[in-house]
Design a protein around this ligand. Structure first.
Ligand code: ADP
Ligand code: ZN
Ligand code: ZN
Length: 742
């Protein structure tokens, strides 16, 4: 009697980048050897009516119960996984921690070109070498072609080395034609190579002699290399943090290991890149969102293959694989740009720490104004605090001056003592920096006759007057319209702009100081590519007297000749419903103030306020940022707010005002029967700005003193939410450890 066995099928589970948190099973077709499939390799798989690039998440198993309809893998795109098992583990952890679909999390680790399924290959580079003829030819024979002569001379000086096309870009402008001419004469050969050149045409700068605090930090961190440990390097701007980073980086590079350096802002990368290039003899890779897909893929693969020594990047560079990881640095760790605010809402700081823990390497968090969380972690000895309390070199700390502007006559927002201080500074040929965190001309356009106010139809917000462009613009959605003269309600031409924006202050300053050179730095004035860099160049070349701008000015740039900083309106930060607001305000004030008085010139910081007795402001100014943080942390502790509790924010929105509320109520109804103690529900309530871009936003905040309680609840709740009937009509998201309750 014959026995018919059911056919045994080989299957794997695949993570696919779609917003559904599950893996998908595929059949391994017979022409693919299952023994060769590594976890993490990219696969092309049929999905719906098309194909997607997914990631293999389980080793192949044989089953006899596979559905006959199970589709087969179309192609295996990598021979070996591009990510290490540690990194795949980290991504699984992040997917679980943030309750974000594994396929999207995996995909976030790859540059776009590789997500699309491109081969993981570095672009080739042209490499030129002298031929035997080239070595013998006398450069003097080429005197009618001076460039060819120059290049031949250069190559003959080191006849065995050859040269990369990329390394010629600088000194010879029309190098391509020159190379071609020498090739045609048979003096050169050309090869295509994968590895990038190590570009080193200048002598390297030696490290500075560290001061006592710097040396202490360097010693402590150096002793912990090859272990997991978090260091909080706290030092005001100019205290020499970057010098500390560089001395430790040197040690790590000498051990043949790589360094990942994360910055909050794209505009800060060129500055740091230039300093690193002067110091280190290794290829430095750059990764941020303004680069092309090919550039990002190149940077990623260089690190993955161990060619790059240092990767300098923004938040999204965090997941770049490192062949020999040695150190992670997060500069300006307090900056909220390290938290992704849409899609996969991860904190690059927190995930970097998890990554370092798995890799058993140290992390350095650097800031002049550490986040309260990090300060609390340091107080609890979870992080090691390394203070740099003095400025390197000669510079002194700035002096604060609170100017009470209640009942004072203001010249369009500037009080008289401030105008005098600006004059005095300019008279000494020093620069002034003026900060106002509101762009446009005026935040409100109101009718003096009937009180009508220009509002955005799609948002709970006023339209901002932009005189330069003759527009009324909403800063919360894309809406804009021509600036009107006549009130739409009463038809009178009585519309007046109310309040201050940077455009208006610029006009005021131009009137007050007609012969001075004034620059405005905000999102509007720096839209053109390269505009910000050009302005920064002018400032450093001292072609500017007054710098006016928004929070762009708070971010890391160095303005050595600025000796007066004025913050025109600090009051708006004192009255926010978000408990993070005082922390952010203090960071902003200290960061903006930190732009002043570098080098050997003392700086002065003027704060205009109608709250001169505000305790927060006084603590900050009189006792400094750390004391301020202590007071504010004590308040948070008393109120059980993070970091003394843990939050998750469930947001929902829809085009009608009811559905999001019904949805969040339905979620509450799911939570109730779970009977989990220790989790407080706050809401559902409408978001602080309920209507945005024509959609109504609601939120539900979950808070627990023990993270485990919050997780127990979410673990049970999350799988149920997509099944809610109410979830069909709305869009929703979960934000773990939100930094913004908006
Ligand atoms: P931060 O990163 O904290 O803003 P930097 O490392 O950029 O500080 O240092 C600020 C300035 O002080 C730089 O011009 C740097 O060259 C200089 N500097 C740093 N450390 C020293 C030192 N030990 N001796 C002399 N100058 C130093
Ligand atoms: Zn009117
Ligand atoms: Zn709007």
């Amino acid at each position: 009697m014959t026995h018919i066995f059911p056919e045994s099928v080989c299957i794997v589970s695949v993570a696919i980048p779609i917003p559904v948190n599950q893996l998908f099973d595929y059949r391994v077709p017979t022409h693919i050897d299952p023994a060769q499939l590594q976890i993490g390799v990219r696969l092309r798989v049929p999905f719906g009516n098309s194909y997607k690039v997914g990631f293999l998440m389980t080793l192949p198993t044989f089953t006899e119960t596979a559905s006959p309809k199970l589709k087969a893998i179309e192609a295996v795109l990598d021979v070996e996984a591009l990510l290490s098992p540690h990194d795949i583990h980290l991504l699984r952890w992040a997917s679980h921690y943030y309750y974000h679909p594994i396929g999207e999390v995996m995909s976030a680790a790859f540059p776009v070109a590789l997500r699309k399924g491109n081969p993981a290959q570095l672009p080739t580079l042209s490499f030129y070498r002298l031929t035997a003829l080239g070595m013998q030819t006398d450069p003097a024979d080429l005197k009618r072609a001076p460039k060819q002569q120059q290049l031949l001379t250069q190559l003959q000086a080191q006849p065995l080395q050859g040269i990369y096309e990329a390394n010629l870009a600088n000194p010879l402008t029309r190098w391509r034609a020159t190379l071609k001419a020498l090739l045609d004469k048979g003096l050169l050969t050309i090869e295509q190579q994968h590895a990038a050149p190590i570009k080193q045409s200048h002598s390297l700068q030696a490290p500075l002699i560290a001061n006592i605090e710097q040396q202490h930090a360097i010693t402590q961190i150096s002793a912990a290399l090859a272990h997991f440990r978090v260091f909080l390097l706290e030092g005001i701007t100019g205290s020499g943090k970057t010098e500390v980073y560089m001395q430790i980086i040197q040690t790590v590079l000498s051990a043949g290991q790589q360094v990942l350096v994360l910055l909050p802002e794209i505009t800060l990368t060129p500055q740091l890149q230039a300093r690193f290039k002067q110091r280190f003899d290794v290829p430095i890779a750059i990764s941020h969102s303004k680069l092309t897909d090919t550039q990002r893929q190149t940077a990623w693969l260089k690190m993955q293959q161990g060619i790059g020594g240092i990767l300098l990047g923004t938040r999204s560079a965090l997941f770049t694989p490192l062949k020999n990881p040695g150190l992670i640095i997060l500069d300006e760790e307090h900056d909220s740009s390290f938290k992704q605010q849409e899609g996969f809402r991860f904190s690059a700081r927190d995930v970097a720490i998890m990554r370092a823990k798995r890799l058993k390497i140290p992390v350095i968090l650097g800031s002049a104004t550490p986040s309260f969380e990090s300060l609390e972690n340091a107080a609890q000895q979870r992080y090691q605090l390394l203070p740099l309390p003095t400025r390197a070199g000669q510079a002194t700390e700035p002096h604060y001056l609170i100017l009470d502007i209640r009942n004072k006559k203001l010249q369009e927002g500037l009080c008289e003592p401030l105008v005098q201080a600006i004059k005095a500074t300019l008279a000494k040929n020093e620069q002034v920096l003026i900060f106002l965190n509101r762009r446009g001309y005026a935040p409100t356009l109101i009718c003096h006759s009937c009180g009508w106010v220009a509002r955005c139809q799609r948002c709970d917000a006023n339209l901002v007057t932009h005189y330069d462009k003759r527009l009324l613009r909403c800063h919360h959605c894309a809406h804009e319209q021509t600036l009107i003269q006549q009130c739409p309600a009463c038809k009178k031409t009585a519309l007046i702009p109310l309040g201050l924006g940077t455009e208006r202050i610029e006009k005021v300053l131009q009137n007050l100081f007609p012969t001075q050179r004034i620059i405005r730095l905000d999102q509007d004035s720096t839209q053109r590519k390269g505009a910000l860099e050009a302005y920064l160049g002018q400032i450093n070349a001292q072609e500017v007297d007054i710098i006016l701008g928004t929070q762009m000015l708070a971010k890391g740039h160095h303005f050595p000749n600025v000796t007066l900083v004025a913050l025109l309106d600090v009051d708006s930060g004192l009255f926010s419903i978000d408990f993070h607001a005082p922390e952010k305000l203090a960071q902003l004030i200290v960061q903006v103030a930190g732009r002043a008085g570098r080098a050997d010139k003392p700086g002065k910081v003027i704060l205009q306020t109608r709250q001169p007795e505000h305790p927060l402001l006084l603590t900050l100014v009189r006792e400094g940022y750390n004391r301020f943080a202590e007071v504010a942390l004590a308040e948070r502790k008393a109120a059980s707010l993070p970091p003394f509790s843990h939050q998750a924010l469930l947001r929902a929105f829809a085009t009608d005002p009811e559905s999001p509320l019904w949805f969040l109520q339905a979620v509450c109804a799911l939570i109730d029967p779970l009977q989990i103690r220790g989790v407080k529900l706050l809401g559902p309530v409408s978001a602080p700005m309920a209507k945005r871009a024509g959609r109504y936003h609601y939120q539900l905040l979950l808070q627990a003193e023990r993270r485990v309680d919050l997780r127990t609840l979410l673990d049970q709740l999350m799988p149920q939410i997509p099944r809610l009937r109410e979830a069909k009509k709305i869009r929703w998201s979960l934000d773990i450890d939100p930094v913004d309750l908006y």
